[in-house]
Design a protein around this ligand. Structure first.
Ligand code: IPM
Ligand code: MG
Length: 353
């Protein structure tokens, strides 16, 4: 039986991951593939229990599992620790690196019943269906960093090897060729040497994918274009930090980052987590939106277990629930039925039937 390691983490992670597990169990009920779920600690919860944001047992269990389902990490309680020990730098980044999860997929697809939840006009957002493919184990996040003393200074470095660029860009071409055939590589080649190198490799890789139309865009322009005319994009491939910033921006096209799932992949090995954080301000109140995590569960079935039909069943169940006017508070408008975190999970399970 394939093994899934569940890492709820901190804050609303503790509330949203059980809803995703509940939906995964419901969709697989009576089907040939069953999953076994085990649990582990990451982030602040792991610091409190084991003194370390990514305990060795957690990384070992993640390596031994077929997939990882994660909630979110971090919170004010751990913000005063030295940076390398904090939940983000000491937990999330090392598990991504430790599992070699170089490809982060964040799909941003408008659903007809969410058009009114966007802060942008209907005609701008109604046809949005794009995927951001963010490089996740290199670039500015993982380059050498430090402090100088004389003069006082600080630095982070943005380094990419040819191999690191090639594998993520290749995946971008593969994804684009299965979608609408358009890949936009986002960089800052007018300023950064690493971006000029990224562009060179991308143009080389493109030769193997004549069916895909490749374009290049500077990251500042990409931010503007995502707000001006997001429907122009099919697949976007980009550097780690550029992807971090652009995916938060793009999530608001749908009105809430609580709707955006993510898959971080190294082949079929994957870690699945919502694109949002641990939201300490609303934690423990049963008001967080579990849909990004539930939809991340669907991505797990698709990418780690090849269960496309079951993945689509979850996605359709989520659409049905939204269609019926059920919303968590982040998306609720007058006239909607407001549900709590658990009740939203239950509604998705009901809609599967
Ligand atoms: C994300 C988050 C993380 C990142 C943080 C929590 C370190 O913002 O997954 O987008 O920057 O990668
Ligand atoms: Mg982010």
């Amino acid at each position: 039986m394939p093994k899934v390691l569940v890492l709820p983490g901190d804050g609303i992670g503790l509330e949203i991951t059980p809803e995703a597990v509940k939906v995964l169990e419901a969709v697989l009920k009576g089907r040939p593939t069953q999953l076994s779920f085990e649990y582990g600690l990451i982030g602040g919860a792991a610091i409190d229990a084991a003194g370390k944001a990514l305990p060795d047992e957690t990384l070992a269990a993640a390596k031994a599992a077929d997939a990882v389902l994660m909630g979110s990490v971090g919170g004010p309680k751990w913000d005063n620790l030295p940076a390398p020990q904090r939940p983000e730098l000491g937990g999330l980044l090392p598990i991504r690196k430790g599992l070699g999860l170089f490809a982060n997929i964040r799909p941003i697809k408008m659903l007809p019943m969410l058009v009114d939840s966007s802060t942008l006009r209907t005609e701008v957002v109604e046809n949005v269906d794009l995927v951001v493919l963010r490089e996740l184990t290199g670039g500015l996040y993982f380059g050498e960093k430090g402090r100088g003393t004389n003069p006082k200074s600080a630095f982070d470095t943005l380094v990419y090897t040819e191999e690191e660029i090639r594998r993520i860009v290749e995946l971008g071409f593969q994804m684009a060729s299965k979608r609408r055939g358009r890949l936009c590589s986002v960089d800052k080649a007018n300023v950064l040497e690493s971006s000029r190198f990224w562009r060179e490799i991308t143009i080389e890789v493109a030769k193997g994918f004549p069916e895909v139309e490749l374009s290049h865009m500077y990251v500042d322009n990409a931010a503007m274009q995502l707000v001006r005319w997001p429907a122009q994009f099919d697949v976007i491939v980009t550097e780690n930090m550029f992807g971090d910033i652009l995916t938060d921006l793009a999530s608001m096209l749908l009105g809430s980052i609580g709707m955006i799932p993510s898959a971080s992949l190294n082949g079929s090995k994957g870690l699945y987590e919502p694109s949002h954080g641990s939201a300490p301000d609303i934690a423990g109140q049963n008001i967080a939106n579990p849909l990004a995590t539930i939809l991340s569960g669907a991505l797990m079935l698709r990418y780690s277990f090849g269960l496309e039909e079951e993945a689509q069943m979850i996605e359709r169940a989520v659409e049905r629930v939204l269609q019926e006017g059920y919303r968590t508070p982040d998306l609720a408008k007058p006239g909607d039925t407001v549900l709590g975190t658990r009740e939203m999970g239950n509604a998705v399970v009901e809609a599967l039937k």
